[in-house]
Design a protein around this ligand. Structure first.
Ligand SMILES: *Cc1c(COP(=O)(O)O)cnc(C)c1O
Ligand SMILES: [Zn+2]
Length: 394
């Protein structure tokens, strides 16, 4: 079955594996879209088979992506300034929402005669794709920038993909793969590939189904390529078209202040994103000076009456510590941008104290723990009783 992909901007449509419109914008899968909540008792993202252009894989890890917890976290309300719930995407097989998109992309490739998949990534997506390929018995090609830290490579390498460091412009590398993939017979599932966007959109269907169609006032996501925001927006549009939800939640997208091209375009009232100078941030996963789906993410924020904002590295680190201390949740700094951004939005009155806000915890903190910032006391066993009775000395 050929999968139709369409342009959100000009409406043109094509067939997969095409990924870009003639107008330059990224494409997304056009239908299928379910018109009722699924009856199946499947828990993962494949529960939403009606929304997906690929059948559920039967074995291995792929069927386990998605189906993540959504919970109220009242202990964060004061800090955030509103009523907080968390959609815990760290519960995915490799600890990020990327597994939703990788599962759908890899399942499609496996079902369409590809024996190789690939991705351009320096982080979580590389790990996720390599794991999904390993689970399916496909070869995986991971293209990384040549300055990638060793520790990051180790996470990816454990799943045995072919890893190639590429010396050159990272944004251009992404575009190269759109041409190279079909030529080499490698199905690339990059950050805003249509199948990835379709798979990642299931997070929004889960949030809507959990409320039986009653959606929160706002959903807050960290923003890098714009692939995830695109998937959430697409799914919400489909849910509304099917009458499964009424008004859409406002989508708020949060970037790292050092490189925030989409937030800048939003603030300036433009509808096109201009690339900015790359800069280092503690939020490695959202350091993106030239997002391939930037215009589409901007359109998502505008169309839902949400917004795009930027937060500082300090604010993300503080919010990350708050998520751990107050809610028992470990996320990477990029993920904590949601709590930092929500706090900023309530302070400027864009979100109200009684607004129901879902923060998407996009990635686990266990891959990048914060440095030790606590006094840990040492006591001799012989004086343990005494020390514990005295309470903490440290
Ligand atoms: C990839 C990633 C993001 C950004 O998602 P995009 O789809 O690129 O906008 C945010 N947080 C984490 C943890 C990620 O891995
Ligand atoms: Zn177009």
């Amino acid at each position: 079955m050929a999968v139709t992909v369409a342009c959100y901007g000009c409406g043109a449509s094509y067939a997969l594996p095409r990924q870009r419109c003639d107008c330059g914008e990224p494409l997304w899968v056009d239908g299928p879209a379910g018109d009722r909540w699924p009856a199946s008792s499947d828990r993962g993202l494949w529960r939403y088979a009606d929304w997906l252009p690929v059948a559920r894989p039967t074995d291995g890890v792929l069927p386990t992506a998605g189906g993540t917890p959504l919970f109220r976290a009242p202990s964060l309300d004061d800090y955030a300034g509103c009523r907080v719930s968390v959609k815990d995407e760290t519960a995915n097989p490799t600890g990020t929402f990327k597994d939703r998109g990788s599962a759908v992309g890899v399942a499609w490739a496996a079902g369409h005669g590809f024996d190789r998949v690939g991705t351009v990534s320096h982080g979580n997506m590389a790990t996720s794709m390599a794991a999904a390929a390993a689970a399916t018995g496909l070869d995986c090609l991971v293209l990384v920038p040549d300055d990638i830290p060793e520790a990051r490579l180790a996470h990816v390498a454990q799943f045995s993909p072919r890893i190639v460091r590429v010396d050159g412009d990272y944004g251009r590398l992404y575009d190269e793969t759109l041409a190279l993939g079909p030529e080499l017979g490698v199905h690339f599932v990059n950050s805003d590939a249509p199948l990835r966007v379709a798979g990642q959109g299931t997070v929004a269907i889960e949030i809507a189904e959990a409320g039986a169609g009653a959606v929160p006032d706002a959903v807050v996501l960290p923003l890098s390529s714009g692939g995830n925001a695109s998937g959430v927006w697409k799914a919400l549009r489909e849910l509304r078209a099917a009458g499964l939800v009424g008004a859409l939640p406002r989508l708020y997208l949060v970037q790292a202040a050092v490189a925030a091209p989409v937030a800048e375009a939003y603030r300036a009232g433009r509808d096109r994103v201009t690339p900015v100078e790359p800069a280092d941030t503690v939020a490695y996963s959202i350091g993106n000076a030239d997002p391939p789906s930037g215009n589409r993410a901007l359109a998502a924020a505008r169309a839902t009456d949400g917004g795009v904002l930027a937060v500082s590295d300090e604010a993300m680190l503080e919010a990350r510590a708050e998520l751990a201390r107050a809610a028992g949740l470990s996320v990477e700094p990029a993920s904590a941008a949601t709590l930092a951004g929500t706090r900023a939005l309530t302070r400027r009155g864009e979100l109200a104290a009684d607004d129901e806000v879902v923060l998407v915890a996009t990635g686990t903190g266990f891959r990048e723990p914060p440095s030790l910032d606590a006094d840990v006391e040492t006591v001799p066993l012989g004086s343990l009783r005494e020390a514990l009775r005295d309470g903490r000395s440290g």
